[in-house]
Design a protein. Structure first.
Length: 364
């Protein structure tokens, strides 16, 4: 096995970067590769869901997104330490290919790979190129994008492959949809890997406005920040609604599959998971995203009729309740949305990236 080709996956510390990396790791291990995950401390918290065979290399990193003079001084030092460490490791390990998925923690591995001439692939999940990926997009050998269209510099040779989803999600691809009716119905509220306060504030109030014939059948699974879980649970309990509220769901593919409707941020991984399984959704893009990438991520599903979209300014209890009722009271509409969402899926995304990796390795 030590003679097997070595793949380094560099990914930042959020689910949006880590989940596609996990999907690629699962596939490349099955194809006989050795895999190393290069990330920071925050990203390493996600590594428990990676296959045990994946070696995790925690690198020194940092982000300029945080304010403060101390941070501005610390980040360049931390990144330099990370770069030197990655440079030394790559000279020792001699990786066959390095794939970057974005986020500041990818800078050491991608920077070292480019400097040493190691074959590289960059994968951009969002419809707008991220800050770190902009640094490398013209320096790598191949660029793969998860969202169509993605705004890129001119003269970039890009392959639109979609966003890789984990095997647990892919196994539910096209799972039969039970349209809404006079029986127990599930809605899933997702705020991305880090939760979303606006969903905790608004959705329970929206549920309180639903008609009794929906409310009596409703079951809610809601992802919320740890500090919000108690109050959200209490709000549903006061309504007599059965609800499970947690900071993170390890069985997210099962919950998506059995849902009649999903209310979610439109991070790239969430959009990919929802379309792969094929479920109606209401998206509320993150307004604080500087490049408005979450609106771009949702565009294809919304235009196809697979999702509804509310901006944060439109995301009021009344508007959300109206949107939920418009889906759950119309089984034909819900089924059409599920079919449209499934039509936007890219179930071969992971296999396509694996093919790119193998092709790049074959040129050595």
């Amino acid at each position: 096995m030590d003679n097997a080709p070595l793949l380094i996956l560099a990914a930042g510390g959020t689910g949006g970067h880590m989940f596609p990396a996990q999907a690629v790791a699962e596939t490349m291990l099955l194809r006989g590769w050795r895999v190393v995950l290069s990330t920071d401390i925050r990203g390493s918290h996600y590594s428990g869901s990676f296959p045990d065979e994946v070696k995790v290399e925690v690198v020194s990193s940092g982000t300029f997104a945080r304010s403060g003079l101390a941070n501005k001084v610390f980040v360049p030092i931390s990144l330099t330490i990370g770069l030197l460490s990655a440079f030394n490791n790559m000279r020792k390990w001699r990786p066959t290919v390095v794939v970057g998925f974005g986020g500041y923690p990818t800078i050491p591995a991608m920077g070292a790979a480019c400097a040493l001439g190691v074959p590289t692939i960059l994968h951009e999940q969002n419809g707008v190129l991220g800050k770190v990926n902009r640094l490398f997009v013209s320096r790598v050998d191949k660029v793969a994008c998860g969202t169509f269209p993605t705004k890129l510099p001119n003269n970039i040779n890009v392959s639109y492959v979609g966003n890789p989803v984990r095997q647990t999600v892919l196994s539910k691809h096209g799972a039969g949809y039970i349209k809404p009716g006079d029986y127990p119905m599930d809605i899933l509220i997702m705020g991305g890997s880090q939760g979303a306060k606006i969903l905790s504030d608004i959705v329970p109030r929206a549920v309180a406005l639903l008609s009794r014939n929906i409310l009596k059948n409703l079951r809610v699974s809601q992802q919320a920040r740890p500090e919000d879980c108690s109050r959200v649970s209490e709000a549903y309990a006061a309504l007599g609604v059965r609800a499970i509220v947690q900071p993170f769901f390890t069985d997210i593919s099962d919950r998506i599959s059995r849902s009649q409707l999903i209310v979610s941020r439109s991070g790239a991984s969430s959009v990919a998971d929802i379309s792969t399984i094929g479920r109606p959704s209401i998206f509320v893009p993150l307004a604080a995203a500087i490049r408005d990438e979450q609106t771009a991520n949702a565009k294809e599903l919304v235009e196809a009729g697979g999702a509804l979209l509310l901006t944060e300014s439109e995301f009021t209890a009344e508007n959300v309740a109206n949107k939920i009722e418009s889906v759950l009271q119309d089984g034909s509409k819900a089924q059409a949305m599920a079919d449209a969402a499934l039509g936007c899926a890219r179930p071969n995304a992971t296999a396509d990236i694996a093919h790119m990796i193998n092709n790049l390795a074959g040129k050595l």
